[in-house]
Design a binder for this molecule. Structure first.
Ligand SMILES: C[S@@+](CC[C@H](N)C(=O)[O-])C[C@H]1O[C@@H](n2cnc3c(N)ncnc32)[C@H](O)[C@@H]1O
Length: 241
């Protein structure tokens, strides 16, 4: 697999260890303003994408749901339902504190990396990850872990930024490169953090590349749906029986 992100941070080349630390520091700094920034940067559209994502996940049966890179709890919040056990997994205590204040005991919270999951083999019904996989240093390792912990036939759902249709790209790139870092500087006082976010989006695999990455990680029934002309994308897959 092409090495998409593991040794880059913004425009800089870094070691994988440095990248991990820098990403931790980004989310530590932006945690308290993360939800507000999401609303401003996407003009609220991330709520529609997440609503669509959650609606689809809810059609899948299964009691034990793990939301990786769960952050401030947007996805877990939409999945709370009697009889389900939810677990947010995220290395950032600061992001999960925001989730804990919102969701309390409706979810469980585990500080961990998606590349090293603290669950038994074949123990989870559904794994979700929303705007998280591009922060993971080794996507293959994370997908192997997701595959390991899912029950046979279990479902994997991934929501992530992707490649918009060609005619939209110039506008989208201008918005990302000019407007977002300025908004980041103004609202969250962290322009570097938002510069990283944009770079990680542009370096992330396209929807088709991501599809084959997931297929190569031994998942079956892999498919995707573009959202907002490909600005974001939902991939879904099952662990082979
Ligand atoms: C952009 S936020 C997404 C939060 C939430 N899922 C949402 O959709 O709003 C990315 C999250 O990924 C987490 N993260 C960073 N590196 C990670 C890793 N290696 N494994 C799992 N989560 C990671 C960050 O701490 C952060 O909470």
């Amino acid at each position: 697999m092409k090495d998409y992100l593991s040794t880059s941070f913004g425009n800089d080349t870094v070691t994988t260890d440095q990248r991990k630390k820098l990403i931790r520091s980004v989310f530590k700094r932006v945690a308290n303003r993360y939800d507000l920034m999401n609303d401003i940067m996407s003009m609220g559209i991330h709520r529609l994408w997440k609503w669509r994502f959650i609606r689809e996940i809810k059609t899948t049966s299964g009691r034990f749901i793990v939301d990786l890179a769960g952050g401030t709890g947007d996805i877990a919040k939409g999945l709370i339902s009697p009889g389900k056990t939810l677990c947010i997994v995220d290395p950032s205590i600061e992001m999960m504190l925001v989730a804990k204040n919102r969701l309390g005991s409706n979810s469980n919270y585990i500080a961990s990396d998606a590349q090293n999951l603290p669950f038994e083999d074949n123990s989870v019904d559904i794994v979700t990850i929303s705007f998280g996989i591009r922060n993971v240093t080794d996507i293959n390792l994370a997908l192997n872990e997701i595959n390991r912990v899912l029950k046979p036939g279990g479902a994997f759902y991934c929501l992530e930024f992707s490649r918009p249709v060609f005619w939209l790209r110039p506008f989208y790139n201008a918005w990302s490169r000019v407007v977002i870092p300025r908004l980041g500087a103004w609202v969250s006082k962290n322009p570097d953090a938002y510069h990283y976010l944009i770079e990680s989006i542009t370096k992330f695999p396209s929807q088709k590349e991501m599809l084959s990455i997931i297929q190569n990680a031994n998942f079956s029934d892999v498919s995707y749906t573009n959202l907002s002309l490909g600005i974001a994308c939902i991939h879904r897959a099952n662990k082979s029986n």
